[in-house]
Design a binder for this molecule. Structure first.
Ligand SMILES: Nc1ncnc2c1ncn2[C@@H]1O[C@H](COP(=O)(O)OP(=O)(O)OP(=O)(O)O)[C@@H](O)[C@H]1O
Ligand SMILES: [Mg+2]
Length: 449
């Protein structure tokens, strides 16, 4: 997979701009354990970039190496023309927003935001703070204390506090993780608006694929310390290059297949459920006759027909037969799972327009779809890679498992953040001042002139 990561850099570096964040062969090992494999990545100046991956895949470690909070074992970090690999965090034009915001509880919103300026000895902070509060739409709450704010408002204070230092790059580590689903969705749009308005580079770490796709221009999908694929959200979604990306970014039906023939830009494959067609351009693996592939289609591209009405399905569409094993009504759609010779648990998402009451568990059906919507991957991969443990259809995104997972992540992030802070600001902590703890960064910046 390392060749994938090597090509990723060039893909994203099209702009070649002076303010790009460039990671060259950057990696991190802890003893025998490799948290991040040597990685090449270029984040174009002014872009909204997301690092997306499951818990423990190395997102925070990568972000911390950019911030200077973690020393890379190999490689270098460049910000624009400057090699910052050896620079301490406070000398880098970078600010970080952590998951737990870490606002000063005894200071009001205005003073929380003003803090970085005051530390640098800026006398008249009023206008800058006002502008910043307007940007995050908190002007009316300037005199409130953090505990008098909602989670989303606190999150915006944290963003304002980081932005007022005019960083070239804002690093965000799961900044929305503590919010409930609806608020998270709203804050995603809000963060996107702020980024567009200030125009600086945002590097946003998240495990939530919807969040990454909503906000980012470019998404890097990480798995076990490597970037598996990088690209625009729609491109990643439509053309996943690995089973991990196919399963982690949304849901994919993957069907084991063997190439029967190739002709006229189309690959014909045999599955246990019959013959299917795949556009040759959408196959990312060798496709000589006899080659083994995993043929994929997204659930929302598929349609269900009752088996005894299969005659009405237009010619030329891919089709597999099966029996409905499960039907979950989700309001906007119904999600069906179909078991058949081609595979078990094939997912079909049907928009809730006219529900056919005969499509219930036990019904014999045909799943069919446009051949153009079919992709194919190398079969030498784990077909289950990146599959979420909890089915959204049965547990819901806000289900108990998701909440427990989120709580666990929050706890870990806090521990990690604390660990990072301890090392970084020993001096400040000794003085017992929360302010100093937070801006060891700012204070040292000040000292550095
Ligand atoms: N100081 C450390 N010593 C040893 N291992 C570490 C250390 N810090 C992180 N790791 C390990 O490195 C891997 C990557 O950690 P990292 O924090 O980057 O993951 P992550 O992708 O941010 O996960 P999450 O979504 O849970 O925050 C994990 O397996 C973690 O246990
Ligand atoms: Mg993390």
């Amino acid at each position: 997979m390392s060749d994938v990561t090597e090509t990723t850099g060039s893909t994203a570096s099209a702009s070649g701009d002076g303010g790009d964040v460039r990671l060259r062969g950057i990696g991190k090992t802890y003893g025998d354990f490799t948290a991040v494999h040597p990685l090449d990545l270029t984040v174009p100046e002014g872009s909204f970039f997301a690092l997306l991956g499951a818990s423990g895949c190395g997102k925070t470690t990568t972000l911390r190496m950019i911030a200077g909070l973690e020393e890379p074992s190999t490689g270098s970090v460049h910000l624009g023309e400057q090699d910052v690999t050896r620079l301490p965090p406070y000398k880098r034009p970078v600010n970080t927003v952590f998951q737990s915001y870490a606002l000063f509880p005894h200071l009001d919103v205005f003073e929380n935001v003003a803090f970085g300026l005051r530390r640098r000895g800026v006398r008249s902070v009023k206008n800058q703070v006002r502008d910043m509060l307007d940007l995050v739409q908190l002007g009316e709450h300037a005199r409130r204390k953090p505990h008098q704010l909602s989670g989303g408002q606190q999150q915006r204070v944290a963003v304002a506090r980081a932005l007022i230092n005019h960083p070239k790059v804002l690093l965000l580590d799961e900044p929305l993780g503590a919010l409930d689903l609806k608020l998270r969705r709203r804050m995603q749009l809000e963060l996107k608006r702020i980024q567009t308005e200030v125009g600086i580079t945002f590097i946003h770490v998240t495990h939530d694929q919807e969040e990454a796709m909503t906000m980012a221009d470019t998404v890097a999908v990480m798995n076990a310390g490597r970037v598996e694929q990088l690209g625009a959200p729609a491109d990643l979604y439509e053309n996943p290059a690995t089973t991990f990306v196919a399963n982690f970014l949304g849901t994919s039906n993957l069907i084991e297949a063997e190439v029967a023939s190739t002709a006229g830009g189309e690959i014909l494959v045999d599955t246990r459920g019959g013959r299917l067609g795949v556009p040759a351009g959408r196959c990312s693996a060798p496709s000589g006759t006899g080659a083994r592939l995993l043929v994929g289609v997204r659930p929302e591209k598929t349609v269900l027909a009752l088996a005894d009405e299969a005659g009405r399905i237009p010619d030329g569409r891919n089709r597999v037969t099966g029996v409905i094993a499960e039907a979950s009504f989700l309001g906007v759609s119904t999600q069906y799972l179909v078991d058949g010779p081609a595979g078990r648990g094939l997912a079909v998402y049907a928009q809730n327009v006219d529900r056919d009451p005969r499509l219930v568990p036990g019904a014999e059906v045909v799943v069919h779809w446009d051949r153009a919507h079919t992709f194919a991957l190398d079969a030498a991969q784990d077909i289950e890679a990146g599959v979420e443990r909890v089915e959204p259809a049965t547990a819901g995104k806000d289900g108990r498992a998701e909440r427990a997972e989120r709580a666990e992540r929050a706890e870990r992030a806090e521990r990690e953040e604390k660990a990072g802070k301890d090392g970084q600001t020993e001096r400040a902590e000794q003085a017992g001042k929360a302010e100093d703890a937070w801006t060891a960064d700012g204070a040292a910046k000040e000292a550095a002139g």
